[in-house]
Write a protein that binds this ligand. Structure first.
Ligand SMILES: NC(=O)c1ccc[n+]([C@@H]2O[C@H](COP(=O)([O-])OP(=O)(O)OC[C@H]3O[C@@H](n4cnc5c(N)ncnc54)[C@H](O)[C@@H]3O)[C@@H](O)[C@H]2O)c1
Length: 251
């Protein structure tokens, strides 16, 4: 699919992987709508071709309004779901069992939020004129290698990302008759603000654990892959690891 002269929505678009993807899509000529929470939008760098829109991905009305805004600017053909949150808590610890509300909040943001975007984004894409071969749009989700290699303390995060992995093929099959493709990227360790609290020594240790290249991934590499998936008409229903062949140890 050609990325120029289309509208695109990127969630989590104020920071990290989402911001890099929004900038890449805009550089290729898309009108990009970067959805994020107000507090993150306040810290976002302005980028030509990227409109910042306040929306919580778990909120039906806010997402509905944001998607309609994007669809009003041009045919909505690309949705990249990057919004997400992480946490660290074990099932059992000295302070007792894992907080149930915390588990629910991670599932809500990462899995329910992705699904809310998927369903409302797909509805807007389905209204566009079909392109060659009947294609209307493409949706790229973001899981994590934690979906496969969940570490100690990642039970909620791993479950939420496992859900994103598992819905990918089903979503691609559901939306095939509308000409909408669905793929998911499962990143390894990428150098984004999500790692802001990590000191240099720990960061170097993380990099040393990656077989090759021996470094953390770059947000631009995620953006490159998301853009390639959008452009590559035969990629559908697939989960792609982007991790330098890293397989996470238990801790
Ligand atoms: N950085 C990594 O190493 C890594 C690895 C694997 C997966 N991921 C996943 O990649 C995605 C992007 O992560 P990142 O590293 O760019 O993090 P980040 O913290 O830089 O960006 C995430 C953005 O999502 C936004 N967000 C969170 N909840 C939201 C909500 N309910 N509604 C709207 N926006 C919301 C945040 O405000 C933030 O701007 C996440 O889903 C994360 O789980 C990141």
């Amino acid at each position: 699919m050609q990325i120029s002269d289309i509208a695109a929505v990127v969630t989590g678009g104020a920071s990290g992987l989402g911001a890099a993807t929004a900038a890449e899509l805009a550089a290729r000529g898309a009108q990009v709508f970067a959805l994020d929470l107000p507090a993150s939008l306040d810290r976002a760098e302005p980028v030509d071709g990227v409109s910042l829109v306040a929306a919580d991905v778990t909120d039906e009305d806010q997402v509905g309004a944001a998607v309609e805004q994007a669809a009003g600017a041009g045919p909505l053909r690309v949705l990249v779901n990057c919004a997400g949150v992480g946490t660290a808590a074990r099932i059992l610890s000295k302070s007792g069992p894992h907080d149930l509300g915390l588990f629910r909040s991670i599932i809500e943001a990462n899995l329910v939020g992705t699904f809310n975007m998927l369903r409302l984004g797909a509805e807007a894409m389905a209204r566009t004129e079909p392109l060659e071969e009947g294609q209307r749009g493409v949706i790229v989700n973001t899981a994590s290698i934690a979906a496969f290699d969940g570490q100690v303390g990642q039970v909620a995060y791993a479950a939420s990302k496992g859900g994103v992995v598992s819905l990918t093929l089903s979503a691609a099959r559901d939306l095939a008759s509308f000409g909408i493709r669905v793929c998911t990227i499962a990143p390894g360790i990428i150098d984004t603000p999500m790692l802001a609290g990590v000191n240099d020594e720990f960061r170097a240790g993380l990099a040393a654990g990656v077989p090759f290249p021996k470094r953390l991934g770059r947000p631009e590499e995620y953006a490159q892959l998301a853009t390639m998936i959008a452009e590559h008409d035969y990629l559908n229903g697939e989960v792609i690891r982007m991790d330098g062949s890293l397989r996470m140890a238990p801790r």
